[in-house]
Design a protein around this ligand. Structure first.
Ligand SMILES: Nc1nc2c(ncn2[C@@H]2O[C@H](COP(=O)(O)OP(=O)(O)OP(=O)(O)O)[C@@H](O)[C@H]2O)c(=O)[nH]1
Ligand SMILES: [Mg+2]
Length: 272
C-alpha cells in the first residue's frame, strides 16, 4: 500500500503530448524521482544539488519505510519546500516496485500537463545532478535519455573490480540475450519524456529489484521509443550502504533469461 503527498501549487505550463523539445534550463516541468532506503545522510545534499542544477524542478522522494528515518526527514524537507513531495511506499518491496509506484502516480495524477519529463536517479550521490543539463541537451528528439557509463566519455569512479565486473557482465548478458543495442542497460540515471512513458504499461512491470532498469529499456525498445545515451561519470557512494544483494542479481538473471526465451519463441501473446 502506498500513501503519497502531492506537490505544492505552481508549475510551468507544458506542451501536453508534444514529442519534441526539452525543458527550460531552470527545469520547470521536470519531476526528479529519487528512491530511498536508508539514505538519511545523502538525501539533503542530493536535493540541494538537484535544485542548484535545476531550480524549478520538482522532486518526488519514494521511500520504503526506511528504518533510519529517511522518510520522516523527507517529509520535513517537503514541508519547507513546495518543490519536494514524498511517496511513502510500504512495505519495502524493492527498487523496481518503488519506481512503478512513483511512475504510476506521476502518469496518472495531475499535474499531468506540467510534468513534461520524469527523471530517475539514485539518492546516494552516484548520479550527479550537475549532469542533468547535458542529458537534457540530448533530449530534443528523444523519448528516453540514458545516463551511460559505457559509451565513450562515460566512466565509473571508485568501484571495486568485483562490482564493475558484475555490472559489465550484467550489461553484456542483457544486451546479448535481449538483442539490445544500448550500451548501459542497467544504469539508473534516466530521463523519460512523460507522454512517451505513457506508452509503456508501467503498472504491469513486475520486476522488483534492479532488473527494473533492464525491463524498462526492453519495454521502451519494444514500443519504439527513441533512446539516446549520454556519457556520465558514475561515482561510488561515499556514505550509507549498498542494497545490492545476491537475491537482486538472481532475480535479474532469471527474468532476463525468461524474457530472452519468450523473445525467441514464435508469435505468442505479449509479455505481461
Ligand atoms: N524506495 C526504495 N529505494 C531503494 C530500495 N533499494 C534501493 N533503493 C534506492 O535505490 C538507489 C540505488 O541503490 P544502491 O544501494 O545505491 O544500489 P546501486 O547504486 O545500484 O549499487 P551500489 O553501487 O552497490 O550502491 C538508492 O537511492 C537506494 O536508496 C528499495 O527497496 N526501495
Ligand atoms: Mg548506489
Amino acid at each position: 500500500m502506498s500513501e503519497g503527498e502531492s506537490f505544492g501549487a505552481g508549475g510551468a505550463a507544458g506542451a501536453g503530448g508534444a514529442r519534441t523539445g526539452r525543458p527550460a534550463p531552470d527545469g520547470a516541468g521536470v519531476v526528479v524521482c529519487v528512491p530511498t532506503f536508508n539514505e538519511i545522510e545523502n538525501l539533503p545534499g542530493l536535493l540541494a544539488r538537484v535544485h542548484e542544477a535545476l531550480p524549478a524542478a520538482r522532486v518526488l522522494v519514494v521511500d520504503d519505510d526506511s528504518p533510519d528515518g529517511t522518510g520522516a526527514l523527507a517529509d520535513s524537507l517537503a514541508a519547507r519546500d513546495p518543490r519536494v513531495a514524498v511517496l511513502h511506499h510500504r512495505p519495502r518491496a524493492g527498487l523496481g516496485a518503488a519506481y512503478v509506484a512513483a511512475f504510476t502516480q506521476l502518469v496518472a495524477e495531475r499535474p499531468a500537463d506540467v510534468t513534461e519529463w520524469i527523471v530517475q536517479m539514485d539518492a546516494d550521490g552516484s548520479h550527479a545532478p550537475e549532469d542533468l543539463p547535458a542529458m537534457f541537451a540530448a533530449a530534443d528528439d528523444a523519448d528516453l535519455v540514458l545516463g551511460s557509463r559505457y559509451v565513450p566519455g562515460g566512466r565509473v569512479v571508485d568501484w571495486s573490480r568485483h562490482r564493475l565486473g558484475l555490472s559489465r557482465a550484467g550489461n553484456a548478458y542483457s544486451r546479448w540475450a535481449l538483442r539490445l543495442t544500448v550500451r548501459d542497460v542497467t544504469g539508473g540515471f534516466r530521463l523519460f519524456r512523460r507522454c512517451a512513458l505513457e506508452d509503456i504499461p508501467v503498472t504491469s512491470v513486475a520486476s522488483q529489484g534492479y532488473c527494473f532498469q533492464i525491463d524498462m529499456v526492453l519495454r521502451a525498445h519494444r514500443v519504439g521509443l527513441r533512446i539516446r545515451e549520454v556519457p556520465i561519470a558514475f561515482v561510488e557512494r561515499a556514505r550509507g550502504e549498498s542494497k545490492m544483494t545476491g537475491a537482486v542479481v538472481r532475480e535479474a538473471l532469471w527474468r532476463v533469461t525468461a524474457w530472452a526465451v519468450r523473445e525467441r519463441l514464435p508469435a505468442r501473446s505479449p509479455r505481461g
